[in-house]
Design a protein around this ligand. Structure first.
Ligand code: DGI
Ligand code: FE
Ligand code: FE
Length: 190
């Protein structure tokens, strides 16, 4: 599917603000894909669809989690997490996107997971550093994203965990697994 077709499919699913965020994530993902040598087309497609399910009714997402191969433990964690795995299912069902790399990047863009591939890291990171975002520690992540994809991804996951813990929120295990896995690459094992 080409870029314009993808944009046409996503736009009616989102608010104006979320759609503009999506376009910035796509631009950022393409830059990262070029820098870190993965398919720019796949990065762009995954980024355009990454928040596809963001505004689906909670009850619809719950039903999809219960009736698909998605892990049911998602239901015990924040609803904000659900749009990522549910989005991967819906873009396949509703728009025939079959590419496993693209679907994986959509699926894992919020929580991350252990052993992410480059495309997954790129979409997660692009979502975090797109130019419309501003939160503490972001400059450091943006600078690191110029050089080291894994380290930048580690910083973004570490910041997210710190943010969530600061609020006393639960943390989905895949986010912790992502942190532990990336930590091995960043500081050599401990
Ligand atoms: O969809 P976006 O707003 O663009 O960004 P996102 O898909 O990264 O959603 C992040 C939200 O999910 C953010 O408000 C934090 C929240 N969240 C809740 N529980 C978890 C979590 N994020 C992670 N990584 N892990 C969690 O367990
Ligand atoms: Fe998202
Ligand atoms: Fe997003």
């Amino acid at each position: 599917m080409d870029k314009n077709e993808a944009i046409k499919k996503v736009k009616p699913q989102l608010t104006v603000k979320r759609f503009e965020h999506t376009l910035r994530v796509a631009e950022t993902a393409v830059e990262l894909a070029e820098r870190f040598q993965v398919s720019q087309d796949k990065a762009e497609l995954a980024a355009i669809f990454h928040d596809y399910a963001k505004f689906r009714p909670v009850e619809e997402m719950r039903r999809i989690i219960l009736t698909s191969p998605l892990p049911n433990d998602l239901l015990f964690y924040h609803q904000e997490l659900w749009h990522a795995p549910v989005g991967a299912i819906l873009v396949k069902e509703e728009h025939g996107i079959q590419d496993q790399l693209v679907l994986g990047a959509i699926h894992n863009h919020t929580t991350g997971k252990a052993h992410m591939n480059k495309l997954e890291m790129i979409v997660l990171l692009a979502d975090y550093i797109e130019p419309g975002r501003s939160f503490p520690g972001l400059d450091e992540v943006r600078n690191m994203a110029k050089e080291d994809l894994t380290h930048a991804c580690w910083l973004s996951i570490r910041n997210s965990i710190q943010f969530l813990m600061g609020k006393g929120s639960r943390i989905y295990p895949d986010t912790i697994h992502a942190y532990n896995d990336l930590t091995r690459h960043v500081n050599g094992g401990y």
